[in-house]
Design a protein around this ligand. Structure first.
Ligand code: NDP
Length: 471
């Protein structure tokens, strides 16, 4: 039986590696959500946090980073038990989360605003003000990191934040809250709202006191949030899904490319918005490359996430594993040939939400499974003969998050990279990620950018001052 994550008053967090309860948190009632918004509003009006000088806020943020790193192993294990990611990946996630706090502390301390050229006898300049209350709604794939990527710049800008984590991974957010309090963040500047999206989401996104919304998750939910934000005319940033193409030209370093393609789809068991989930191979190397790829994918070590030798753990929940399996069944109906995988491993892995690395060929470029996000270790493959062929298959569909290009010809990489509708292009590498580089999507992969120094401005509004000089 597929374990359920819901009961009436608590949210049970289920370990997807074995189906056992990993922990539980209390659900917030509608009244509690209302109270949290009241308290955040009060905290914003009192302004203890936003009135602190930038270097003082930055010092608090660095203390949060230090607490995270001090408790790195425990936090990594907590996340591993909630979403099944291999332990080495979970340790990196804690590092990335801590880095976000340090990075935005540095951005805050060095942030400059403008003195603008006067057109009369006055001095004009800008300052940045917070929005007030920011609602941050986050998914289950890398909770501690995604939460930090949103909360650190939002708090740095002086906002109060209401964080709603996914019901699948509710516990790490409470750790963040605990460390924020220990670090000296004023009361109610950060609060965590626990509950399903359907239960607590509407209250959070429709309350007039919530002046900005930041969301990472699926496109359908993103659309609901964008509509709510449009209705109230408040800004929102949306980091949504992807169906990112990896493109392998015949002149590429094929060993490097195979490695990048395998890691791009099996890393995080494909549950990453940037997963390289469609592959386009130049036709004259198609058979060779597919053979190598099949072999390398078959070697991926699927297993228990606590083992350091494991390369791919279970999917984050049983519900999600069933969703991935159903999409692979759909691909079969759409005419796909399953070259590898296409099943949940049995034996000692049968009690977990595992799914085997899967390779599908034979899909047409207008099939649902070529165009929809599967969010699992499932790679859809086609070949191309020329650039026109390639661009049609790479750009089709509604997503535009990322792409990988494997070639030794820089001009070709540049031309194809420019022609692809995507927010990030990786050339002869894949899922290289830097906090200092903006991240976000074209088309229905999102609105706005995360990461990078500019993200602090995303959580701020510009106020212009004019000082008359005639007195
Ligand atoms: P969702 O987009 O539904 O969930 C993301 C967050 O939004 C969760 O905290 C969820 O709460 C919350 N939420 C859901 N409905 C509402 C609402 N009406 N108002 C406010 N918040 C809401 O993703 P799913 O978990 O359902 O996954 C579906 C698909 O989305 C995946 O298969 C994948 O394709 C994609 N996805 C993309 C991610 C990315 O990194 N871009 C991350 C996760 C998923 P709760 O879950 O507690 O109900």
């Amino acid at each position: 039986m597929t374990p359920s994550t819901q009961q009436s008053e608590v949210i049970l967090s289920i370990n997807p590696a074995n189906g056992q309860v990993a922990g539980q948190v209390e659900k917030n009632s509608e009244r509690q959500v209302e109270r949290a918004i009241d308290l955040a509003n009060q905290a914003h009006i009192e302004g203890t946090w936003r009135k602190m000088l930038p270097h003082e806020r930055a010092a608090t943020m660095r203390r949060i980073a230090a607490y995270l790193l001090e408790d790195k192993e425990r936090l990594a294990l907590l996340q591993m038990r909630e979403n099944g990611k291999p332990i080495l990946e979970c340790l990196r996630i804690v590092d990335n989360a801590a880095n976000a706090w340090v990075y935005y502390a540095a951005v805050l301390e060095t942030l400059e605003t403008e003195v603008t050229p006067p057109r009369g006898n006055y001095l004009s300049h800008t300052i940045l003000e917070p929005f007030g209350i920011v609602a941050a709604i986050t998914p289950w794939n890398s909770p501690l990191m995604i939460e930090s990527y949103k909360i650190a710049p939002a708090l740095a800008a002086g906002n109060c934040v209401l964080l709603k984590p996914s019901e699948e991974t509710p516990q790490t957010s409470l750790e963040l809250l605990k460390f924020a309090k220990l670090a000296g963040l004023p009361d109610h500047t950060l609060q965590v709202i626990q509950g399903t999206g359907a239960e607590v989401g509407p209250k959070l996104i429709n309350d007039d006191r919530v002046q900005m919304i930041t969301f990472t998750g699926g496109t359908a939910t993103g659309r609901t949030i964008a509509k709510a934000a449009a209705e109230r005319l408040v800004p929102c940033t949306l980091e949504l899904g992807g169906k990112s193409p990896q493109i392998v030209f015949a002149d590429a370093d094929l060993d490097l490319a195979v490695d990048g393609v395998v890691k791009g789809i099996c890393g995080a068991a494909g549950q990453s918005c940037t997963a390289g989930s469609r592959l386009l191979i130049e036709s004259r190397i198609y058979d060779d490359f597919l053979g190598k790829l099949k072999y390398e994918m078959s070697l991926v070590r699927v297993g228990a996430p606590h083992l350091e030798t494991t390369q791919m753990g279970p999917l984050a929940s049983f519900k999600h594993r069933d969703r991935v399996a159903a999409l692979v069944d759909l691909a079969r109906e759409e005419g796909a040939t399953v070259e590898l995988g296409g099943f949940s491993p049995q034996g000692e892995l049968s009690s977990g939400a595992y799914y085997a690395p899967t390779l599908l060929t034979g899909l047409s470029n207008n099939s649902r499974t070529w165009n929809e996000e599967i969010f699992g270790p499932v790679l859809c493959v086609r070949s191309f003969d020329d650039i026109e062929d390639l661009m049609r298959d790479a750009n089709c569909g509604s997503y535009g998050l990322a792409a990988g290009i494997w070639t030794r010809e820089f001009q070709k990489a540049w031309d194809v990279g420019r022609a692809i509708d995507a927010g990030t292009i990786w050339i002869n590498t894949y899922e290289q990620s830097s906090l200092s580089t903006p991240f976000g999507g074209f088309k229905q992969s999102g609105i706005g950018r995360e990461k990078a120094a500019q993200c602090l401005r995303t959580y701020s509004q510009i106020k212009s001052f004019y000082w008359g000089m005639n007195t």
